[in-house]
Each structure stands twice: as structure tokens, then as C-alpha cells.
Design a protein around this ligand. Structure first.
Ligand code: C2E
Ligand code: CA
Ligand code: CA
Ligand code: CA
Length: 279
């Protein structure tokens, strides 16, 4: 029994080392990925439930890893956040997305809102406001077409400071949206003080909307709250027509999800926008 115990400890340690090594290798990879042009941005349409029109897109980062192939953000954003690499990567996403938004407008397409995710480390960076301003200047995108998505939990870490920073960003003419709404712990009083224009219902509440009455109640509550506070409300992760109908009937304004489109290359967004040009 004693031997087995020892072996177990050894085995455990080896596994820990393996994952630590892997983690360090990924972190090292992240440092060079930006210069190696291994990142790309895909765009997922945001659609009006009433008309089916695309009114915006969310920029979503992808890493084309030289050995592992296409890596989803959940596998590297947390590491980039931990190592601090997210600040430079996030700045690149912001600039890339702003340039893309401007490029679509320069093609004569009807302007759409470009939404970019901001992580806690990026948000805390003292130069965030300057970086956003710079991305807008370099790209020539009018600030009214840029939206930043921040999570509820990010804001709630230091409410006063977050609200101050959000006000500064808003003063620049951009909009702010709360991502993953319902998964954090904002008090209603706090929510009222956020200088935001929309709430995003987290996909965990949308997934089982057809069958789970708790999720239905939560979705309805968030929608009604948005109406009371005169915010727009968008549901993410909409995959079925039943989910769409429920949301539409419950007064949700907008949706995003595989039902309409997965995140795609910018050329495909261009096609969608051309298709609705004169509608
Ligand atoms: P998020 O901001 O909540 O983004 C929504 C995620 O839901 C995206 O996953 C999107 O592809 C996925 N999604 C959209 N529609 C559906 C659907 O109908 N069904 C399902 N099951 N999923 C759907 P993705 O692209 O893998 O991104 C995951 C997370 O990584 C994002 O969650 C965001 O937190 C983070 N992320 C992505 N790009 C960036 C970025 O540029 N900067 C930062 N800081 N975070 C990013
Ligand atoms: Ca988001
Ligand atoms: Ca989300
Ligand atoms: Ca999420």
C-alpha cells in the first residue's frame, strides 16, 4: 500500500509537470504569435429579431497555431490574460476590427456596429482609453460604430472605478455592452449607474430555453429589465427557431447565434451586407 501511495504521488507530479510545460509552451507561443501573423478575427452577425437584418458583428479572435491548428479562444485567452499578452493581442483585435468596419463602409455598404470583447487585464490597463482612441484614428472608423463588450464580473470587481472608466470610454462616442449578463452579480442599483446601451443574455440561459422554465423566466426577467432601463437586449447562442420565437415574443430586440450564422471570415459578412443593401 505504501508503494502504491508513492507511485501515485509520482504519477500526479508528472502529470502536473506535463500540463505546466504545455502551459508554458503555449504562453511562449502567444508571445510570438502576434508577430508571426498567426491570429485572425472572425465576425459573427448580430441580427434584429423584428426584421432579420444584420445591424452589427462581434469580432472573435482565432489562433492558427503552427502545430495545433485552429485554436478556440477558450484554450488561449485565459493564458494570454494570465501572462499579460492579452493587452497587445487585444489592441491588435481592436485595430483589426475597426479597420474592417471602416473597409466595409468604404465599399459603400450600410454601416454596422463593430463589437469587440475587452478582458479584465485590458480594461485595467491605464492606456485603454488612449488605445481605443488610437485605433479609431488609425482606422478612420467613426466612434459611433464601435462597441466594447465587457462582462458583468469584470465591472463588479471594482464598481466605482469601472463606472468611471466606462464613462470615459462613452465620452469618446463609443457604446458599451454587458456581456454574459445574468452570470454575475450586479445589483439593480449598480446596473442603473452603468453607462451602457445594451445587455447580452448569456448563452447558458438560451441553450435550454425550449424546455427549461427557469431559463425562460430568467430570459424574460432580463428582457423586461432591459426595457425598464431603456437598454437594448440581445440574446447570444441562439441555435433554434423555437429559441428565436420565444425571445422575439418575449420582447427581445436582437439575436446572435448559429441559427443565423457562425462566426465567419470578413468576406462572408460583406456578402450578407450586400444581400441586404436595398432591403
Ligand atoms: P463570448 O464573448 O461570450 O463570445 C460568444 C461565444 O459564443 C463565441 O465563442 C461564439 O463563437 C460562441 N457562439 C456564438 N453563437 C453560438 C451558438 O449559437 N451556439 C454556441 N454553442 N456558441 C455560440 P468563441 O469565439 O469560441 O469565443 C469564446 C470566448 O472567448 C468569448 O466569449 C470571449 O470571452 C473570448 N474572446 C473571443 N475573442 C476575444 C477577443 O478578441 N478578446 C477577448 N478579450 N476575448 C475574446
Ligand atoms: Ca462577447
Ligand atoms: Ca457572451
Ligand atoms: Ca461567454
Amino acid at each position: 500500500a505504501k508503494d502504491t501511495g508513492k507511485n501515485n504521488v509520482q504519477f500526479y507530479t508528472q502529470e502536473m509537470n506535463a500540463s505546466l510545460e504545455e502551459k508554458l509552451a503555449l504562453m511562449e507561443g502567444l508571445r510570438t504569435a502576434l508577430h508571426g501573423e498567426q491570429f485572425l478575427v472572425q465576425y459573427q452577425p448580430k441580427v434584429r429579431l423584428e426584421t432579420g437584418r444584420v445591424f452589427g458583428v462581434e469580432a472573435l479572435l482565432r489562433w492558427r497555431h503552427p502545430e495545433r491548428g485552429m485554436m478556440p479562444p477558450d484554450q488561449f485567452i485565459p493564458l494570454a490574460e494570465e501572462s499579460g499578452a492579452i493587452v497587445a493581442i487585444g489592441e491588435w483585435v481592436l485595430l483589426t476590427a475597426c479597420r474592417q468596419g471602416r473597409a466595409w463602409q468604404d465599399m459603400g455598404l450600410h454601416p454596422i456596429t463593430i463589437s469587440v470583447n475587452v478582458s479584465p487585464r485590458q480594461f485595467d490597463d491605464a492606456r485603454l482609453v488612449a488605445r481605443v482612441r488610437r485605433a479609431l484614428e488609425i482606422s478612420g472608423l467613426d466612434p459611433k460604430w464601435l462597441e466594447l463588450e465587457v462582462t458583468e464580473s469584470l465591472i463588479m470587481r471594482d464598481l466605482q472605478q469601472s463606472v468611471a472608466k466606462m464613462r470615459e470610454l462613452k465620452a469618446m462616442g463609443i457604446s458599451l455592452s454587458i456581456d454574459d449578463f445574468g452570470t454575475g452579480y450586479s445589483s439593480l442599483a449598480a446596473l442603473k449607474s452603468f453607462p451602457i446601451s445594451s445587455l447580452k443574455i448569456d448563452k447558458s440561459f438560451v441553450r435550454d430555453l425550449d424546455t427549461n422554465s427557469d431559463d425562460q423566466a430568467i430570459a424574460r426577467a432580463i428582457i423586461s429589465l432591459s426595457h425598464q432601463l431603456q437598454l437594448r437586449v440581445i440574446a447570444e447562442g441562439v441555435e433554434t427557431t423555437q429559441q428565436r420565437s420565444f425571445l422575439h415574443e418575449s420582447g427581445c430586440h436582437d439575436m446572435q447565434g448559429y441559427l443565423f450564422s457562425r462566426p465567419v471570415a470578413p468576406e462572408l459578412i460583406q456578402g450578407m451586407l450586400e444581400g441586404q443593401a436595398d432591403a
